[in-house]
Design a protein around this ligand. Structure first.
Ligand code: ADP
Ligand code: ZN
Ligand code: ZN
Length: 699
């Protein structure tokens, strides 16, 4: 008997949003089977979407080519997984094949049945190793707040928003909830998402400590882009086979195949890293909510989702206000410690040109003398953002971007943080020969150098001089360097740590009692309407690094240097009053019909010239005039991106807005064919690519 499977394959981006292709097979195949099929002259990996025994009506069956091979050693991808992928493709305006194949581990593409069998055997073998369900494992007694949350989780009928202060013990709640799943359901699986690879090692350590003794080392796998293709494949297989009960990962892990999924945790759910910025621009947080619902609707067991944060995204906060999410609050810190007091330094009243104000320096010296640690936050790496000539107009402009190259003093380079273009620092001005070229503005390298000088006389309790270190993307590039630096900090080898937002996130520093934020003002007045939300979250997170040791917490402080101390954001920050801040921001958003009260998408165009990019956008907007649903969306004029040119590519975008998510979706789908056709517009010559970004994070 002959079957006519429809198979999803990775069609190249921009070939149109082609659906599954039909092949023939002499054996029945299951939906979710992985197969190899001919595509043009190549043979590619595909996923069976359905397998009818009736030939398709719309094409002659003689032309249909047979499936080349079936990876039948592998359990088919589940219905839930396929539903997730199909939804993601639809919602984020991508081809189904592109979406589905791009979220499978790349190493799967070259795998045959023999190799697969070998890998699966290896999985089964290690899994037999020592794990004893009776091993006693030390774990803290839940606090009253934690217990309340855990009780509520037991009867949860909607997504939970775990709104817990930094240090309130959210991670302990995740551990307990995980334990519950493993205990209740022998096949149950848990997915824990973190915003950054950097945060996986310490979380993994905590989960291993808790679950390895009873469940074995193979019960837990990580999934993130820092792994080799082989590691990633092995972890993926472990999750798919159900050997791995717990999967820890970054946003891409939302697409892991987890046949027994019962719980999804999204830690620091407000973090922008959950939104992909390339390819299919999906939000792993939003997909987590969708996935949990799909799994719950399908199976006999509910799949729960916990979104955790001390500063939830306004979207999630709003959903909780409306009752779509259940808010579970843990306002207190473990051990009763207090959140740090906010100290605002009014820069209008400080010595002219001071980067670090005298009162802040004095406060830092005091901490150092007591053997406590300080954290200084500046969201700009390098030594100075620009080099400039005093005598002429020369600046360290990147030749390929509309941005400056950043001066890195340590290796005497000018580096573009957008395209990566790097050159030696010129000895004299390239335009006029002047020898006086000077850095303008400050980055972490300079603050580190500056602080080392200013604190050269500060002494530690043992009489030794204070030590200043830096942690940012430049110092943590090599493998293991981050762990080393964190270790040094934990062991008290460092008194003052200067860093970018990287240090503000998640780490559990015990002896930090002072956190200082420098140069935060730009975010107060940025054109991006989400900037205040980000700043508030960043400062709250950073403040959360201080006083985690209850013994020190009484005197822990968050210092912020600002020229605008009366800004309302600081008033809310001072009271650690996220609800007040959120209410004010949400009122503003509602008045302006902005998310979460309105729905947005961006159409982006990259081209050789800015004119072509904009002409394309305006052209396809004109072409949309008669589309159904056009009257329910607003199309704004095309504009250049804030950084208009990167790596010699001109970038422009068009904002699309609607009062309704459905209306926006309907319009975008109707628009797709015109977006493809628009590439042929004569005025759009030089267009390189376009992309749709649904629910963009920056407009
Ligand atoms: P969060 O994730 O909310 O920032 P953590 O879960 O990291 O907080 O908890 C902060 C600290 O308190 C950790 O060192 C953790 O081990 C400890 N802790 C958490 N819950 C308890 C508890 N119930 N009893 C004692 N210590 C706890
Ligand atoms: Zn010059
Ligand atoms: Zn550049």
């Amino acid at each position: 008997m002959t079957y006519w499977p429809s198979v999803v394959v990775a069609t190249p981006a921009h070939s149109g949003l082609a659906g599954p292709l039909t092949y023939r097979s002499e054996q029945p195949l299951a939906a979710g089977n992985l197969v190899r099929v001919p595509l043009g002259a190549r043979e590619v990996l595909g996923i069976v979407w359905s397998c009818p025994s009736d030939p398709p009506a719309d094409c002659s069956k003689e032309q249909l080519r047979p499936v080349s091979a079936v990876l039948d050693g592998l359990m088919p991808l589940g219905d839930g997984w396929r539903q997730l992928v199909a939804f993601a493709a639809r919602y984020y305006q991508r081809g189904l094949g592109e979406m589905a194949l791009s979220v499978l581990p790349p190493a799967l593409r070259d795998l045959d049945n023999t190799q697969l069998a070998r890998r699966l055997k290896r999985l089964a073998k290690v899994n037999d190793s020592a794990a004893c369900p009776e091993t006693p494992v030390a774990r803290p007694q839940p606090s009253a707040e934690q217990q309340q949350v855990l009780d509520a989780l037991g009867t949860l009928d909607r997504p939970a928003l775990l709104y817990g202060s930094t240090g309130s013990g959210k991670t302990e709640v995740y551990l307990r909830a995980t334990e519950q799943v493993l205990q209740d359901d022998p096949g149950g699986q848990v997915l824990v998402l973190v915003p950054e690879i950097n945060l996986t090692p310490q979380l993994e350590a905590r989960f291993r400590q808790r679950f390895e003794p009873r469940h074995g080392s193979t019960a837990l796998v990580s999934l993130h882009s820092g792994m080799t293709p082989a590691q990633r494949l092995q972890a993926w297989l472990a999750a798919h086979a159900g050997t791995a009960r717990i999967v820890l990962g970054t946003r891409m892990a939302i697409f892991a195949s987890l046949p027994g999924l019962r719980l999804i945790v999204v830690d620091e759910e407000h973090d922008p890293s959950y939104k992909s910025q390339e390819g299919a621009r999906y939000s792993a947080r939003d997909l987590a909510v969708y996935r949990a619902k799909v799994e719950s609707d399908r199976g006999p067991h509910p799949c729960r989702v916990i979104l955790g944060s001390a500063t939830p995204s306004l979207e999630s906060w709003h959903a909780a206000e409306q009752g779509r999410y259940r808010r579970l609050a843990m306002p207190g810190r473990i051990g009763g410690g207090e959140l740090p007091r906010l100290r605002l330094v009014d820069m209008n009243h400080q010595p002219k040109g001071a980067t670090l104000s005298p009162p802040l320096l004095a406060a830092m010296e005091e901490r150092i003398a007591r053997g406590e640690q300080c954290l200084v936050l500046l969201n700009r790496r390098g030594y100075a953002p620009v080099l400039s000539c005093d005598a002429c107009a020369w600046k360290s402009q990147c030749p390929h971007c509309s941005a400056f190259q950043v001066f890195h003093k340590l290796d005497r380079t000018l580096r573009c943080h957008h395209c990566g273009f790097t050159r030696r620092v010129p000895r004299a001005c390239p335009d006029c020969g002047n020898l006086d070229i000077a850095p303008i503005g400050r980055g972490t390298e300079q603050i580190e150098e500056h602080l080392a000088g200013l604190l050269s006389r500060a002494v530690r309790p043992d009489g030794t001089p204070a030590r200043v270190a830096r942690m940012d993307a430049d110092t943590t590039r090599t493998k293991g360097s981050l762990e080393q630096q964190l270790q040094a900090l934990h062991e008290g080898e460092v008194d003052v740590l200067v860093g970018t937002q990287m240090v503000a996130k998640g780490h559990d520093f015990r002896r930090i009692t002072l956190v200082a934020g420098l140069n935060v003002d730009a975010a107060l007045f940025a054109s991006d309407y989400r900037a205040p939300e980000r700043l508030f979250a960043l400062l709250m997170q950073a403040a959360g690094r201080a006083g985690r040791d209850a013994g020190h917490s009484g005197r822990s402080e968050m210092w912020v240097q600002t020229w605008h101390p009366t800004h309302p954001l600081f008033a809310a920050l001072k009271k650690h009053d996220y609800p007040a801040f959120a209410a004010e921001q949400l009122a503003e958003r509602e008045a302006a019909a902005m998310p979460p009260f309105g729905y947005q998408a961006l159409l982006r165009a990259d081209a050789r010239t800015q004119d072509a990019a904009q002409a394309y956008l305006n052209g396809v907007a004109d072409a949309a005039a008669d589309l159904p649903g056009r009257d329910e969306v607003t199309l704004y004029p095309a504009v250049p991106l804030p950084i208009q040119r990167v790596a010699n590519v001109e970038r422009a975008q068009m904002l699309v807005e609607s009062h309704s998510r459905q209306a926006l979706q309907r319009f975008l789908w109707a628009w797709q064919p015109l977006l493809l056709q628009g590439r042929g517009l004569p005025e759009a010559r030089g267009l390189i690519r376009f992309a749709v970004d649904v629910d963009p994070l920056a407009v």
